[in-house]
Write a protein that binds this ligand. Sequence first.
Ligand SMILES: Nc1ncnc2c1ncn2[C@@H]1O[C@H](COP(=O)(O)OP(=O)(O)OP(=O)(O)O)[C@@H](O)[C@H]1O
Ligand SMILES: [Mg+2]
Length: 399
Amino acid sequence: MRVLLFTGKGGVGKTTTAAATAALAASRGRKVLVVSTDPAHSLADAFGVPLGGAPTHLQDGLYGMQVDTQAAFERTWRDVQRYLLGVLERAGVDTLQAEELTVLPGAEEVLALLEVRRQVASGTWDLVVVDCAPTGETLRLLALPEALRWYVEKVFPAQRRALKALRPVLSRVSGPAVPEDSVFDAVTTLHRELTEVRAVLTDPSASVRVVLTPEAVVVAEARRTLTSLALYGYRVDGVVANRVFPAGSDDPWVQGWVAAQAEQLAVVRADARGLPVLVQTYRSAEPVGVEALTALGAELYGDADPAADADPADELLQVERSPEGFVLSLSLPLARADQLSLSRTGDELVVTVAGHRRVLALPSALCRCVVVGATLTGGRLVVRFEPDPAQWPVSMGGS
Ligand SMILES: Nc1ncnc2c1ncn2[C@@H]1O[C@H](COP(=O)(O)OP(=O)(O)OP(=O)(O)O)[C@@H](O)[C@H]1O
Ligand SMILES: [Mg+2]
C-alpha cells in the first residue's frame, strides 16, 4: 500500500501529473485510486469523463473519485469554524493558535481528506494518488491538530464541563458565543479525524511529489514548499518539472525558452539535493484521457516504478541521546537561519520558518529538559537539550 501526494503552485500541472502517475501505475498492474482534494474538480476534466463521489472505474485497475459535498457537514464545519474563531477572539488561546486557525480551509477539502483516509484504510488499493490543493495548504491544515492538541485535550474537557453548568446563565449574557454541545462534539471529532488523516499522510508509506514549471517565480515557491513540507513532517520523494520545452528547435523563440528553462532546471537540481527531478515535456496538446495520461506517465518515469518506496534514510524528526542530554533534529531543507525562530512553551517546541509554524509535542524525556542551544546545519535544525535539575532529580551524569 502506497500513498502519493502531488502539490505545487497553481496551474503547474498537479492534476495532470497525479492522473498520469495513477494511469501509468494501473497500466503496470497495480490497483490504483486517484482522488482530488481540489473542490474545482479538474480531475474529471483531465480524464475527460465525469467522476462520482464513489470510486469510478476508468480503466483496468484505475479508479478516480471526487468527494461529494455534504450540506450537513458544511453546516457543522461552519459552526466549528465560528466557534474556534470566537474562542480565539476572546483570547482564550494565544495568538500562535489564532494564526494557525487563519489557514482553515473549506469543508470540501477537509471532507476530501477524510475520504482519503477511509480509502487508504479500506485495503482495496495498492496505490492511492492524491491531487492536492496548491502548495500544500491542505497539508498545512493537518498541523492544526498538533497545534491545538493541548487545548483540545486539556482545556477543552474542563471548559466543556464548566459550560454545561453555566450555559443557562451564559447564553443570556453572551448569546451564540457559548457553543452547543454538538459543536464541542464536532470539534473533538474533527480533531481526532484530522489526527488520523495526518498519521496516514506522514506514514513512511506516504510521500509527496512537488510539481513545478522551470520558471523563476515557480521555482522560488517550490523551494519554500520543500522547506515547509519537511517542517510539517511530510516526506518528499521527488520533484516533477513540467512543461519543459524539448531541445533541438530552430525557432529562436523556443530556443530562448529552452535556455531559460535549462537555467532554472539547474537551480532545481541543486535545491533538490539528491532527490530525483523528473522531467515532463510540454506537449503540443493538453494530455486528456487515460491513454494520453499513461503516455505522459511513461515519459515521466521511464522504466522506474511510479509507486516505488520513498528512501527512508533522511529521518525527518529524530531524537537521540547525547553526552549532555538529548539532541532533537528536524529536516529543514533550504531553510535560512534568518527566517528561523524557535520557542519553548511547556511541553511543546515551536519552530517557525518563514511564517510557517509547527508545534512539536516533545517526548516526555525532553519535557523535563531545557533547551541549551540550536543550530541549522546541512539542512537540519539541531536543538540541544539538557536535563533541568529542577524537574529531573535523577542525576544524568552516570550510567
Ligand atoms: N506537460 C504538459 N503539456 C501540455 N499541457 C499540459 C501539460 N501539463 C499540464 N498541461 C495542461 O495545463 C493545464 C493545467 O494543468 P493542471 O490542471 O494539471 O494544473 P494544476 O496544477 O492541477 O492546476 P490547479 O492549480 O488549477 O489545480 C491543463 O489544461 C493541462 O491539460
Ligand atoms: Mg488541479
